[in-house]
Design a protein. Structure first.
Length: 158
């Protein structure tokens, strides 16, 4: 497998693929996953030089209500904690595509929200941050902070 620059793609751990790996032709024991390594445009991925994003939503009133209901349903009962500038939820990995789709839709209408979805061996975490001026909107859209002790959650500050 090669990236768009013609370089051989290697696993992050530095090991070569071996028998039974996804790169083995004709292997039917596991689904084949195609990955592409693309160059990163650092300016496009950092907000340090970007213009401030207005604290505004482009949805109509009824659409806003529907979106808020979607978030409340998706996050209901999920362990959560406050993080710098926002909140973190621990969710089942099975919800990854639904969470990503809803976060992308939310970011399209409320560009001031910052979403980070992280999958790791221990689970999946959704971080949502907002500028201090939008702190009330964070609560309006995603619900009031709830204190749920979860011994398996990952500590803040990451």
């Amino acid at each position: 497998m090669t990236n768009p620059m013609g370089q051989k793609a290697q696993p992050a751990n530095g090991f070569e693929c071996g028998p039974g790996c996804c790169e083995q032709p004709g292997s039917s024991s596991a689904p084949r996953l195609e990955l592409a390594l693309l160059p990163v445009d650092e300016q496009a991925t950092t907000q340090t030089n970007a213009e401030p994003v207005p604290i505004a939503c482009t949805l109509s009133g009824s659409e806003q209500g529907q979106r808020i209901a979607q978030w409340h349903e998706l996050l209901a009962g999920a362990p959560q904690e406050d993080i710098a500038g926002g909140r973190r939820w621990r969710l089942p990995k099975a919800l990854a595509s639904e969470v990503a789709e809803l976060a992308a839709a939310e970011q399209a209408c409320c560009a001031f929200f910052d979403f980070n979805l992280r999958l790791a061996a221990g689970g999946m975490w959704l971080d949502v941050r907002a500028p201090i001026e939008a702190a009330d909107l964070l609560t309006d859209v995603f619900g009031a902070p709830a204190r749920a002790e979860d011994p398996n959650h990952e500590p803040t500050g990451r």
